[in-house]
Ligand binder design. Structure first.
Ligand SMILES: Nc1ncnc2c1ncn2[C@@H]1O[C@H](COP(=O)(O)OP(=O)(O)OP(=O)(O)O)[C@@H](O)[C@H]1O
Length: 235
C-alpha cells in the first residue's frame, strides 16, 4: 500500500544516557527517499540520537516513529521487526572476521527469518552486485581493503530492503578517495529509493554531495543551511 508517511518522525524527543540529557526537545521528520546529514562536534550527541532511533538507547521522553514503529513503546521483543526494516552502518566495519563475505550476509538473512537457501543466495548476489563486490563473495574480510569491507557492510545493511539506512561515520576510517566512492554508493542507494540519515564529520563529502543537514549543537538539533558550512570545518 502506498503511504506518504515520513520514514522518521521525531516529536519533542529527549535523548538520554541514563539520567543525563544529551539532546533536548528534538523535532524533525525524514521523508521517504530523503538524504540527510547529521553533523556536530565530537560528543554533541549524533551517535546517541541515531542509537535512540534504532532503539539501542531507551527513548525515555518524547515520541519517535521509525518506519511506522513507535520507538517510545517498542518492547525488546519487537526490536527485531524494526531492525528488519532499517539498515545500520557503523564506522568500524563489524564483520565476522572468521567468515567469508557470503557467510557474513547469510548470517543476517538467517537471523531475520529467511529460510529458502536459493532465495538467500540470490539476494546476496543482488546486494553484492549493488555495491560492486560480486567478485568477493568467497573472500575473507581480511582479504579486503577497508573500503571493500565497508561495501560489504553496506550490502549487509541492504539485505532486507530497508526503508532507511542509519550510517554513523561510515567513512571515518577511510582515506578521502575511498570515502568519496563510499558516499557515491550511498547516493546511488538513495536514488534507488532508500532514505539515509548519515552522521559525519566529513565536510568535503557534504560539499561534494549537498543534502539536507541536521546539526547537533548545545544539546539541540537544528536544521542547518549549507552556506554556513565553510566556517564549520573545524568540527
Ligand atoms: N554509553 C554511554 N554512557 C554514558 N554516556 C555516554 C555514552 N555514550 C556517549 N555518552 C555521552 O553522550 C554524549 C554524546 O555522545 P555521542 O557519542 O552521542 O556524540 P557524537 O556526536 O556521536 O560524538 P562523535 O562525533 O565523537 O562520535 C557525550 O557527552 C558522551 O560522553
Amino acid at each position: 500500500m502506498f503511504t506518504s508517511e515520513p520514514v522518521v518522525v521525531v516529536e519533542n524527543t529527549y535523548v538520554y544516557h541514563k539520567e543525563r540529557i544529551i539532546l533536548s526537545d528534538v523535532n524533525f521528520n525524514i521523508n521517504r527517499g530523503e538524504f540527510v546529514f547529521l553533523i556536530g562536534r565530537t560528543g554533541s550527541g549524533k551517535s546517541s540520537l541515531l542509537k535512540t532511533l534504532y532503539a539501542d538507547l531507551w527513548l525515555q521522553q518524547g515520541r519517535a516513529k521509525v518506519v511506522g514503529f513507535p520507538i517510545e513503546t517498542l518492547k525488546a521483543s519487537e526490536r527485531p521487526f524494526l531492525r528488519r526494516k532499517i539498515g545500520v552502518v557503523f564506522q568500524d566495519f563489524q564483520l565476522f572476521m572468521d567468515r567469508n563475505v557470503q557467510e557474513n550476509l547469510l548470517w543476517v538473512l538467517e537471523a531475520t527469518g529467511w529460510k529458502d537457501s536459493a532465495k538467500m543466495k540470490a539476494r546476496i548476489a543482488e546486494v553484492l552486485m549493488q555495491v560492486g563486490m560480486s567478485a568477493s563473495r568467497d573472500k575473507m574480510p581480511h582479504q579486503l581493503s577497508g573500503g571493500e569491507q565497508q561495501r560489504v557492510v553496506i550490502a549487509r545493511a541492504l539485505l532486507n530492503e530497508p526503508q532507511i539506512l542509519f550510517a554513523d561515520e561510515p567513512t571515518g576510517n577511510l582515506d578521502p578517495e575511498v570515502s568519496s566512492q563510499i558516499i557515491k554508493l550511498f547516493h546511488e542507494i538513495n536514488k534507488a529509493g532508500t532514505a539515509i540519515l548519515m552522521a559525519t564529520h566529513d565536510f568535503d563529502m557534504i560539499r561534494k554531495f549537498p543534502a539536507r543537514i541536521l546539526k547537533c549543537e548545545n544539546g539541540e538539533v537544528k536544521e542547518e543551511l549549507g552556506s554556513n558550512l565553510i566556517v564549520e570545518s573545524s568540527i
